[in-house]
Design a binder for this molecule. Structure first.
Ligand code: DX5
Ligand code: ZN
Length: 217
């Protein structure tokens, strides 16, 4: 699959979200980080903001829920207009049921792993998912340094996906930049979230093109 670049609006100006969403035309998805100050020590936005964003941009929304009780909340993000909803396995009570519910409501179902969560216990769940997210920083904040120690997990996950002949996408999130994206692509990732590398650039749309070019070399 061609590389997909998903700018994270966590690094955008929250007072100008509609303009910031449109500033990355050419991006595959807009990555929306939902934090509840419980699952992670930070607080961002919720369902009403996602509803407004979905109306403000044609770019599909990739909602990353860093929240407790995703079983209760994730379906509401599909109703709010998200095209993809990612829940953390560490927080989900019933990840299979939740993934099925997200799909049944019409969105892509995705599951995330924090850095200390191994992929191996979840091998049998992979067919239930449209995407797997491997965090390459501890979730909670933009602008952190990429964790190289996650590269073996990305590689092992790619092997499992290929072994089972699955179509699911493999996303990485955290510290992805012009200098780290090639390592992620080499290890087998194909969907790349980038916050500070896109919105910290003078020209965010150009930053998306640059990341895509590096991921595909
Ligand atoms: C971090 C969020 C990321 C964040 C990435 O917990 O999940 O999506 O926005 O930001 P950068 O690309 O700056 O590491
Ligand atoms: Zn994220």
């Amino acid at each position: 699959m061609a590389a997909q670049i998903n700018p994270s609006i966590l690094s955008a100006d929250f007072a100008r979200l509609a303009d910031e969403a449109r500033a990355v035309e050419g991006a595959d998805w807009l990555h929306v980080d939902v934090m509840d100050n419980h699952f992670v020590p930070n607080l961002t936005l919720g369902v009403p903001v996602v509803e407004s964003l979905a109306r403000a941009t044609d770019t599909p929304l990739d909602c990353h829920l860093m929240i407790e009780a995703p079983d209760r909340w994730a379906p509401q993000y599909v109703e709010a207009g998200a095209g993809s909803v990612t829940f953390h396995v560490e927080a989900a009570a019933a990840p299979v049921r939740l993934a099925r519910e997200i799909r049944a409501k019409g969105a892509r179902a995705s599951m995330a792993l924090r850095p200390a969560t191994p992929i191996e216990p979840y091998e049998d769940l992979l067919p239930e998912l449209d995407m797997l997210l491997i965090m390459t920083v501890e979730p909670g904040f933009g602008g952190q340094a990429f964790l190289d120690i996650m590269l073996p997990k990305i590689r092992r996950t790619r092997e499992l996906i290929d072994k089972h002949g699955l179509e699911l996408w493999l996303q990485v999130d955290g510290g992805v930049s012009d200098t780290t994206i090639e390592r992620c692509a080499d290890a087998g990732a194909d969907v790349f979230v980038a916050g500070s590398a896109v919105y910290g650039a003078a020209d965010p749309a150009e930053a998306v093109r640059s990341l895509r070019a590096r991921a595909e070399t």
